[in-house]
Design a protein around this ligand. Structure first.
Ligand code: XIL
Length: 364
């Protein structure tokens, strides 16, 4: 078939029975058939305002994570006043579509409501009480609907050479939490979560551990040290979330990454890919087709390694270029006016080679 005829045929097919890809199984079914799970981050507002995107989420994902609604700023906008409605909206959507929800994030230094940092400076006992109230109230609320929470998000410090290096050679990232509570805060949060909801999966979620660069290697070492320390102290911890906000300008090599995953699994931990998306390099290929093929190849090599290392759960940070933080967030978006194409579907909700690669991976 000549290239020129393809679009016409595709259009004819679309007119008859919708896009051809949508006639096959969704990624959620393909993943399930392999004993795996595929999910995505969602925002409640988008599910509400964009029915086509909501239908795509229902079709493709069996696991949802709130992109915003589980963060402090959303859950406790004022001190002591909790607002669960936005999170409940996502949970209702998930229930209506037979999807599970994972929680994100009980302790993070971003998305803090304006009152929180000053309150943490009131002293350790106040800070402890605030942490305890938040974790207790939230986990009581979600006990029946969310069975996996990112209890700790991004607590590992960034080594020299990384995008955003921390002014410390300590393993823990300097944050208002560390300043208020000292290095025991991670353990405290995990123990508290276990106490409130004894069968909840407790996950430590972080980024920057994927690439074959000296600073990613250093960050992997930092994460392993922190995790070993927790386990040595018999602190409860069940899983590591690897965010996987991949950057194509960084080399990726399977061996060091798989070795890292094996070490984690050797400690008895499950591993999830929690926030996969791909930032393209500064120098873009000339055509969209080449760009999309390169994104799929980079993500595919990463996912092959992750699966070889024992990962069975994969979530992307959004499904489409229409609603991605890669396009919307100023610090992450491209500066050359181009839009990142780092997710399985484009802004018109058409599947890209990234989606085909996921389907192939799940089909084994
Ligand atoms: C991002 C969201 O995508 C944005 O919409 C929000 O403004 C800021 O947070 N690591 C995380 C996620 O753990 O919570 C972040 O999500 C992306 C980086």
């Amino acid at each position: 078939m000549s290239l020129a005829r393809r679009p016409l045929l595709a259009l004819a097919g679309a007119a008859l029975a919708g896009p051809t890809w949508a006639q096959g199984p969704g990624l959620r079914q393909l993943a399930r058939a392999r004993g795996m799970s595929f999910g995505t981050a969602v925002r409640g507002q988008v599910l509400q305002d964009d029915p086509a995107l909501a239908a795509l989420v229902a079709r493709e994902a069996d696991l949802l994570v709130p992109e915003w609604e589980g963060k402090w700023d959303s859950l406790q906008p004022e001190r002591g006043r909790f607002n669960f409605e936005p999170l409940r909206q996502i949970i209702r959507f998930a229930q209506a579509h037979n999807q599970r929800v994972r929680g994100h994030a009980l302790l993070w230094h971003v998305a803090m409501p304006p009152w929180l940092a000053p309150a943490l400076r009131e002293g350790a006992s106040q800070a402890n009480a605030i942490l305890e109230e938040h974790i207790t109230t939230v986990l009581r609320e979600t006990r029946e609907t969310i069975r996996d929470w990112d209890v700790l998000n991004e607590i590992i410090s960034n080594p020299p050479g990384s995008d955003n290096p921390d002014p410390t050679d300590g393993d823990l990232r300097p944050t208002p939490w560390l300043a208020a509570l000292g290095p025991g805060y991670a353990e405290r949060a995990l123990r508290l979560a276990r106490q409130v909801d004894p069968t909840l999966r407790l996950t430590l979620n972080d980024y920057g551990v994927e690439a074959d660069t000296p600073w990613a290697a250093a960050k992997r070492a930092r994460l392993l040290r922190v995790v070993r320390g927790l386990i040595d102290r018999r602190c409860p911890l069940d899983a590591i979330g690897i965010q996987a906000h991949l950057q194509m300008r960084e080399p990726f090599r399977a061996e060091p990454f798989i070795a890292f995953l094996r070490e984690l699994r050797g400690l008895g931990l499950a591993i999830l890919i929690t926030e996969l998306d791909v930032r393209e390099p500064d120098q873009l290929a000339p055509s969209l087709a080449e760009r999309d093929a390169a994104v799929a190849e980079y993500a595919g090599a990463f996912l092959d390694a992750a699966i070889a290392g024992g990962v069975r759960t994969i979530l992307t940070w959004g499904l489409t270029d229409r609603d991605s933080w890669l396009v919307q967030e100023p610090g992450v978006a491209r500066r050359d006016g181009q839009l990142h194409r780092g997710l399985p579907f484009d802004a018109e909700l058409r599947p890209k080679p990234f989606r085909a690669r996921l389907a192939r991976i799940f089909a084994g």
